[in-house]
Design a protein around this ligand. Structure first.
Ligand code: ZN
Length: 288
């Protein structure tokens, strides 16, 4: 295994989360060849995540990073542009003087930094004292994924954040335009896999923990929000030196468990409102 022998251990409490907007588990498993290869080789653990309902972007972002359902954080549609009051992973890191960086859609800034979004004020953010520490945000769904990874990688190198979140929109955008059964949607997933195949070897060599997942999926009509598997079940890949034997599991994690898992991997305590990560699964995965 790469991790135990050769990886740098300096970054072992650091985490990189790639949140691929709108990528269903089914399409990920068919088109993310590099990621599936890491699973085959025993380098990445694979599971699935079941999104909250409605399976819409803004409620999902809120649940992923606060560990609470929409009934608690209050975001039940894509509309509310105010910053969340429910504590997020970003808030918890800032409270213990650790840092985060997000390269993502401007709704992430609204939820976890400041809202409503003001393009000129908020497009680039540095050294915020609460919420997201450093940010690079886009507001057009057509924003190029490869450009976004460049911005994120630059923040990783210059700011050295404890948590880096990269949130590309290309898959979601293609899915809305062409539907989940289209050549275009599959092609965006395959393109994303190529980006991951470029950046992950560097991050693994430097000893980062890495999660690749999505907020929600997509249906054949080109939308999402409902409880169907295509809209709700997303991929989940985890790379961490703490995993004694990464395998392809059949586990389905609740989306509201992700925050507590992020906290565990970062070595900080979850908030009182975050749903705990299943103790039996934790024991199985991490051999505790
Ligand atoms: Zn969408």
């Amino acid at each position: 295994m790469w991790g135990l022998v050769t990886a740098d251990r300096v970054n072992q409490n650091r985490l990189i989360v790639v949140l691929i907007d709108g990528l269903s588990n089914e399409v990920a498993q068919r088109h993310l060849g590099y990621m599936e290869g890491l699973v085959e080789e025993g380098i990445a653990l694979r599971a699935r995540v079941k999104s909250i309902l409605p399976s819409l972007s803004r409620p999902c972002y809120a649940s992923i990073f606060t560990g609470t359902p929409p009934q608690v954080h209050g975001v039940t549609t894509n509309e509310p542009a105010a910053r969340l009051e429910t504590p997020s992973v970003f808030d918890l890191l800032a409270a213990v003087s650790r840092t985060s960086a997000v390269a993502g859609y401007h709704w992430m800034s609204e939820l976890f930094s400041r809202g409503p979004y003001d393009l000129v004020r908020d497009v680039e953010q540095s050294d915020n004292e609460s919420g997201i520490t450093h940010g690079r945000f886009y507001h057009q769904d057509e924003f190029p994924d490869a450009q976004l990874f460049g911005l994120a990688e630059r923040m990783r190198r210059t700011e050295n954040p404890d948590l880096l979140v990269i949130h590309p929109m290309g898959c979601d955008h293609a899915g809305h335009k062409h539907g989940s059964a289209s050549r275009e949607y599959a092609g965006r997933a395959a393109f994303m896999d190529g980006i991951l195949a470029t950046v992950l070897p560097v991050w693994m060599r430097e000893g980062y923990q890495i999660i690749v997942t999505a907020d929600h999926g997509m249906n054949a009509f080109g939308f999402h929000g409902g409880p169907d598997e295509a809209e709700r079940i997303t991929p989940f890949y985890l790379i961490s030196q703490r995993l004694p034997s990464p395998v392809a599991t059949q586990d389905t994690i609740e989306q509201t468990e992700l925050s507590a898992l992020f906290c565990d991997l970062l070595g900080i305590s979850p908030s009182a409102t975050m749903r705990p990560f299943s103790p039996s699964r934790k024991a199985q995965w991490f051999g505790l």
